[in-house]
Write a protein that binds this ligand. Structure first.
Ligand SMILES: NC(=O)c1ccc[n+]([C@@H]2O[C@H](COP(=O)([O-])OP(=O)(O)OC[C@H]3O[C@@H](n4cnc5c(N)ncnc54)[C@H](OP(=O)(O)O)[C@@H]3O)[C@@H](O)[C@H]2O)c1
Ligand SMILES: *[C@@H]1O[C@H](CO)[C@@H](O)[C@H](O)[C@H]1NC(C)=O
Length: 326
């Protein structure tokens, strides 16, 4: 009886060891999970604190993604300057936001500044007006943009220039006009809404993809040069979003394209993308692709297996060309 007792207790001890170590492990993983959650919650509240009362300029606020961004940044208490070409639409949006039900933070009535990004003189004057709205700018979100649909062979170069003026030179001029005040305050944040097509080019989007590649390149230089001045730079590259972008696109002959592309119609909801924009801006992330698996893989393929990527794009171009030739 007595020889069995110590043996049983040895077994029991081993079993207890296993049980306690398993318990310790699950406790540990629970703690890690909890810590992760607390960390995320703290980051979220910090992010909101960082944007609360911050002066945020949003270009292209009248429609699509810009409009939804206006809503989410307003709700976290940002002081908005809404920009676009359509004064009525801007004022209507500002009124709607100012009248929106109270959120958990103090919100501010937005200001509006109307100008055409394709007009360099107007853009510089608008920057001065933007600065007068709240005295300074914390975050500039260069969101306005126009797309392009057409074959390189059919497109005169002045159409390329128009797309570049709106998507590249306009935002660059606005950024440059606002930078001195950011540098002087040793703080600021420049955000570009680029596109997956700022990382890879898809056929029949030449001017658009070129303008977004240029945006990415400019912003990567800007980030490096302005870090020492306390100014952060974020490049966001969304995939398809369900907006009027393809309807408003410029066609090869310079007219409005006016077609809702299937890819755009099947895209993500602009309100969902706007929440991702808020998180990326609040977290001062540097470069974020807001797209699914296929575009993400395509971006890697372009770098790791360019030959394969180019073949895939050429076959896509042949397929897309056929219905037009027919
Ligand atoms: N939809 C997509 O699938 C998708 C995918 C990736 C990236 N993006 C990017 O997301 C951004 C927002 O586009 P969206 O999809 O929301 O398209 P959208 O609904 O057509 O909105 C475009 C906005 O840009 C403004 N805009 C256009 N030309 C302008 C100019 N010359 N001067 C000043 N403002 C101008 C428009 O305002 P007014 O007409 O009032 O001037 C409008 O508010 C763009 O940069 C686009 O490239 C979109
Ligand atoms: C697209 O344009 C129509 C009319 O021009 C407008 O009513 C609608 O709100 C726009 N859609 C988005 C997502 O901005």
């Amino acid at each position: 009886m007595s020889p069995a007792a110590p043996r049983r207790s040895w077994l029991t001890v081993r079993a207890m060891d296993v049980v306690t170590s398993a318990a310790a492990l699950s406790l540990l993983s629970g703690c890690v999970g909890l810590l992760g959650l607390l960390f995320r919650l703290r980051q979220r509240s910090r992010m909101k604190a960082h944007l609360q009362d911050a002066v945020v300029v949003i270009t292209g606020a009248t429609s699509g993604l810009g409009r939804e961004c206006a809503k989410v940044f307003h709700a976290v208490g940002a002081k908005l300057v809404l920009c676009g070409r359509n004064r009525e639409a801007l004022e209507q949006l500002a009124k709607e936001l100012a009248a929106s039900p109270a959120s958990e933070v103090r919100t501010h009535a937005p200001s509006t500044v109307t100008f055409d990004l394709a007009d360099p003189g107007a853009t510089v004057a608008a920057a001065a007006e933007i600065l007068r709205c709240f005295g300074h700018v914390d975050v500039l979100i260069n969101n306005a943009g126009v797309s392009f649909r057409g074959a390189v062979l059919d497109t005169p170069v002045d159409v390329d220039r128009r797309v570049m003026e709106t998507n590249y030179f306009g935002p660059v001029a606005l950024t440059k006009a606002l930078l001195p005040s950011m540098v002087q305050r040793q703080r600021g944040h420049v955000v570009a809404v680029s596109s997956v097509q700022g990382k890879i080019s898809v056929p029949f989007r030449s001017a658009y993809a070129a303008s977004k590649h240029a945006t990415q390149a400019f912003c990567d230089c800007l980030r490096a040069e302005l870090e020492q001045h306390g100014v952060a730079v974020t490049v966001l590259s969304p995939g398809y979003i369900r907006t009027n972008l393809s309807l408003n696109a410029i066609a090869a002959d310079g007219s409005r394209y006016g077609v809702m592309d299937e890819t755009t119609a099947r895209g993500r909801l602009p309100a969902d993308v706007a929440r991702d924009v808020l998180a990326a801006v609040g977290g001062k992330q540097q470069d974020v692709v807001l797209a699914g698996l296929v575009p993400a893989v395509a971006i890697y393929l372009r770098t790791l297996a360019p030959g394969l990527f180019f073949r895939l794009m050429a076959s896509r171009a042949r397929k897309e060309q056929k219905p037009k030739d027919a």
